[in-house]
Structures are given as structure tokens and as C-alpha cells.
Design a protein around this ligand. Structure first.
Ligand code: DAH
Length: 361
């Protein structure tokens, strides 16, 4: 066999092998390796072409044409294989990423507002709508704000009755009085009045103060942590009539019906005169039932005219200004409105209760 024929045969063998290999490439990476193996600088084709030098000069154009045909056949085959593999890869990706739209969705359980939080929000917004400013105070208080300034002197029996949590390690002021967890939201009265005066203002001042309070007490109707809303207004000529008007409006708004109210004389150190406020029983409409113990009335809050000593303690002239104040227990209000029988339900965090009573967001 002549050198020329031998070379031609090697070229057509190479072409046959290459086309078969390209066809069988599993993926684009494998195909690329084959491209290098056959067409690369050190590839099989280069190797065969080394034989061209040995040919007679007359044979060279002949083999040149043959080589070009081989190269072109390889390039075309490569392109085809590449296109086929690309289609295959895309189909595989689409299959892998396929979304089954008939699958049931994953539920995201939604939370709800705790009934106490909902109660705080409802109560606060009723007063905010009446023009009262919302204020908050610290839960860790000193004795001045929690007691003294509210006309509860150190010897006062009310001080003992408050079942206070003292924080012996935390002390306030020069005399190192122990700090305490506030037993009511009334100290916000003192803080709000002081802030007004410190900023150079003077009454009128109307405030609603929602917040957490603490007492060392635990049974069916008491929790060591609970919530109160404190409401007060100071201005010239504020009278008990204003107190009663605000109470009537607020209690009817909260219970979403016209409720009867009654003020019963009572005693609080920080108000004079003081009154406990009853509403006509919301369960029996005043006829008398188990919950109102047959009386037709349910006690809901404590109130009164701010004691002159309290106004004077913050530097408001009690001859010029007067005020009313009241404070209520949020859990109690929510229990009465929603018919919840046991205070402890609020704090046990049983999801069955929270799902039923919680307000969806
Ligand atoms: N601070 C009282 C308590 O926690 C509630 C209270 C009663 C607040 C009468 C008042 C009020 O503002 O006038 O028991």
C-alpha cells in the first residue's frame, strides 16, 4: 500500500472512531474531552498529520483536501452532538425542577394576639379616641413613685396590703431604698405629671397608662403578674361628674352595649373622695345570677378624685387644679367580656384556649 493510501486509511479510521465516540458522549464535559483528544494540539489528528511530511510533493494537495474533509466532518459531528446533549441537559433540568402543582400546600400556622394583649389594645384605644395620651412607666419602680407620692406613707396599712415584691439588691437614691416591682400602674400618674411640669407645661393633662403589675399573690383570682390600665385627667374644675361621664362612655364602649354603672363610696389613699365602680351584671342583665352573687352588680374598677396630697407631691397647685383617676384590672375586664371563668387560663398558654380566645392577626 502506498504512503498516500495508508494515510488516507488512517484518516478515515480516525474519522469513523471519532464520530462513534462523539455520538456516545454522555454529557457536554465528556464531549469536550473528546474534542481535545481528536482535534487538540496534541490530539489524534495532529498525530496522523505528522505523516504528511513523508509524502511525495505531488501527493500533498490530494491529502490536504482529504484532511479538510475529515476536519469538517468532525466539526459538524461535534456540533450535532453538542446540540443533542444541550437539549438533553435542558430536558433533565426541567424534569428535576418540575413543580407538582397538585401537591397540597404546606400550612404556615398563623399566630394570634393573646386575649390579654387584645384587651390592653381595646381599652387603650377607647381612651386614645377620647383624647387621652398613652403613657408607660417602668415595671421596676422606687417607693416614692409606687407609694409615697401616691399618699401611701411608710406606716400606711395599704403599703402592707400591696403584697410587694421588693428587690433587695437593687437600691434607689441616696438613702438606698430597695427598688420594687410596681404593684399598680398608678405611679405613671406621678411620672406623667412630673414630666409635664419638667417640660415647662401645666394641666390640662389626660393620660391612659396600660401596663404590667406585680403582686406576691397566687390563687384562682390572683396572679403574681397581671395587667392594669390607669386613666386620669387633671385640669381646672374637674369634677366627679366628669369621672362618671368618662366611665359611662368607656364601659359601654368596651362591653359594646349600654351598661348601667353605679359608684359606691370606698377608700383609696390616692383619691378623695373615692369610689368603687360597679356595672349592671353583663351575664344576667341585673336580674341576679351566680356570677354577680345575686346582687345584679359586678365590681369593675377603683376610682376617685385625685387627692390634693398627690397633686402637691408633684408640684401641681391643688387649689388651682383638680383631677379624677381610675385604675382597672385588664384580665378581669377580659374575663367579664368574654365569659372566661378562671384567671389562670390566661397564663397557662394552653393552645386550645389561645386558639379559641386569641384574635387572629
Ligand atoms: N391603684 C389601684 C390598685 O391597683 C387601683 C386604683 C384605684 C387606681 C383607684 C386609681 C384609683 O387611679 O383612683 O388597686
Amino acid at each position: 500500500m502506498s504512503e498516500l493510501d495508508a494515510l488516507k486509511e488512517r484518516l478515515s479510521n480516525l474519522q469513523r472512531d471519532a464520530l462513534a465516540a462523539f455520538d456516545g458522549a454522555a454529557d457536554l464535559a465528556a464531549l469536550n474531552q473528546l474534542r481535545v483528544a481528536y482535534l487538540g494540539k496534541k490530539g489524534a489528528l495532529t498525530e496522523v498529520l505528522k505523516g504528511v511530511g513523508k509524502l511525495a510533493p505531488a501527493d500533498r494537495p490530494v491529502i490536504g483536501k482529504f484532511v479538510n474533509q475529515t476536519k469538517q466532518a468532525l466539526a459538524e459531528a461535534l456540533q450535532q452532538a453538542e446540540a443533542a446533549l444541550a437539549v438533553q441537559a435542558k430536558a433533565a433540568r426541567i424534569a428535576a425542577e418540575r413543580v407538582d402543582v397538585s401537591m397540597p400546600g404546606r400550612r404556615r400556622p398563623a399566630g394570634a394576639l393573646h386575649p390579654v394583649q387584645q384587651g390592653l389594645d381595646d381599652l387603650t384605644s377607647i381612651f386614645a379616641q377620647m383624647g387621652f395620651a398613652v403613657a408607660e412607666g417602668p415595671e421596676i419602680e422606687d417607693e416614692f413613685h409606687n407609694f409615697d407620692a401616691l399618699n401611701i406613707s411608710p406606716e400606711h396599712p395599704a403599703r402592707a396590703m400591696h403584697d410587694t415584691f421588693f428587690m433587695q439588691d437593687l437600691r434607689a437614691g441616696d438613702d438606698g431604698e430597695p427598688m420594687l416591682l410596681r404593684t399598680h400602674t398608678s405611679p405613671v400618674q406621678i411620672r406623667a405629671m412630673r414630666r409635664l411640669l419638667d417640660n415647662g407645661g401645666e394641666p390640662p393633662l389626660a393620660v391612659v397608662a396600660p401596663g404590667r403589675v406585680y403582686r406576691c399573690d397566687y390563687d384562682v383570682t390572683h396572679s403574681p403578674m397581671f395587667h392594669q390600665v390607669e386613666v386620669f385627667k387633671v385640669d381646672r374644675d374637674v369634677s366627679m361628674a366628669h369621672l362618671k361621664g368618662v366611665l359611662q362612655h368607656f364601659l359601654s364602649a368596651y362591653f359594646e352595649k349600654e351598661v348601667a354603672i353605679r359608684l359606691r363610696p370606698h377608700y383609696f389613699p390616692f383619691t378623695e373622695p373615692s369610689a368603687e365602680v360597679d356595672i349592671g351584671c353583663v351575664f344576667c342583665a341585673g336580674k341576679g345570677c351566680r356570677i354577680c352573687k345575686g346582687s345584679g352588680w359586678i365590681e369593675v374598677l377603683g376610682s376617685g378624685m385625685i387627692h390634693p396630697n398627690v397633686l402637691n407631691a408633684v408640684g401641681i397647685d391643688s387649689n388651682k387644679f383638680s383631677g379624677f383617676a381610675f385604675g382597672l384590672g385588664v384580665e378581669r375586664m377580659v374575663m367579664l367580656k368574654q365569659g372566661i371563668p378562671d384567671l389562670r387560663l390566661f397564663f397557662e398558654n394552653d393552645v386550645r384556649f389561645l386558639r379559641r380566645m386569641g384574635v387572629a392577626l
